[in-house]
Write a protein that binds this ligand. Structure first.
Ligand code: NDP
Length: 289
């Protein structure tokens, strides 16, 4: 079997195109234009690139974007004051504080200070709690992107054996919770899992987020598995690769995401999706499904 490629670039482009229409409709019906505030503290080059990508996506979708660039020596209180101001700004539907933050600032304190109803990154403990309980709230963008990739590729999740490798707060745990919500039977693996291959071979749907290049090999998967590779690793050659041995596993899988071009492009699309939904809720319009 040669796997179908789950094309994250194409699916994220489709989501963004749908959002362009939704933003126009929302403006026509309510006069509201969704707004995202992005806060960057310091000069981290990768963070600057991510913030630039987020601004560009807002522009493309017709969203208002407000960018705040603070110096690397900003105090925790100054950042908390800005967050409080944005919480009260009616033009701001979503607040994103780009992580990581400089060491004098407690990230958890800043995340907890964001109004949970503007927390489009989905990292506030209230939104984590909503995800656990299964009530409406913001879902973190990368794992939400994984679920959208699966659903838009018509992968049956209800009743499926889903195995998640990785249990981080930003990928593994939330993706596992979302798969439970989709009625999959979910197993979560991590570095202490005894026989990873044996557990992975049970999977109808395998989501891998470890940051270990090519660690899932063909002998660890069953024929016909659907594989979502969240990993992004840069090899010494400069080439990017995922956590799954793509060449070998795609000979057995029925569908697989490439790296790059799989999960990666979904993250910003889901940030835009969350921001549009925030504006909808705040305008009294039901969120997009
Ligand atoms: P973390 O380092 O926070 O977590 C890695 C997880 O993998 C841990 O739970 C760890 O287990 C587990 N793990 C590590 N080694 C093994 C092993 N040998 N066997 C089984 N489990 C193992 O990483 P993140 O979740 O933040 O990120 C994972 C990957 O996803 C990275 O490559 C990252 O770059 C990528 N990523 C991509 C994004 C995107 O495309 N937009 C966004 C976010 C992340 P334990 O808990 O026991 O230590």
């Amino acid at each position: 079997m040669t796997a179908k490629i789950i094309d994250g670039k194409a699916i994220s482009a489709q989501i963004r195109a749908e959002l362009v229409d939704e933003v126009k409709k929302l403006q026509a019906e309510t006069g509201v234009t969704p707004g995202l505030a992005v806060v960057l503290v310091g000069e981290d080059p990768a963070s600057k690139v991510y913030v630039g990508q987020k601004e560009k996506a807002c522009e493309e979708l017709g969203l208002v974007s407000k960018k705040f660039v603070l110096s690397v020596d900003t105090s925790e209180q100054e950042l908390l004051d800005l967050v409080a101001k944005l919480n009260n700004d009616p033009e701001v539907d979503g607040i994103l504080v780009q992580l990581p933050l400089p060491k004098q600032i407690d990230e958890n304190k800043v995340i907890a200070a964001i109004d949970p109803d503007k927390d489009v990154d989905g990292f506030h403990p209230v939104n984590v709690g909503r995800l656990v309980i299964g009530t409406e709230g913001f879902k973190p963008c990368t794992p939400y992107g994984v679920i959208h990739l699966l659903k838009r590729s018509n992968v049956q999740l209800a009743g499926a054996e889903a195995v998640v490798v990785g249990r981080s707060n930003i990928v593994g745990k939330p993706v596992a919770l979302m798969l439970i919500q989709e009625s999959a039977t979910v197993t979560v693996c991590h570095s202490k899992t005894k026989d990873l291959g044996e557990v992975c071979r049970r999977a109808d749907v395998l989501v891998v987020a470890t940051g270990r290049p090519n660690m899932v090999t063909a002998d660890m998967v069953k024929d016909g598995v659907v594989v979502i590779d969240v990993g992004v690793n840069r090899l010494e050659t400069g080439k990017l690769c995922g956590d799954v041995d793509f060449e070998a596993v795609s000979q057995k899988a029925s569908a697989i995401t490439p790296v790059p071009g799989g999960v990666g492009p979904m993250t910003i699309a889901m940030l835009m999706y969350n921001t549009v939904n925030s504006a909808r809720r705040r305008a009294g319009v039901p969120a997009l499904a």
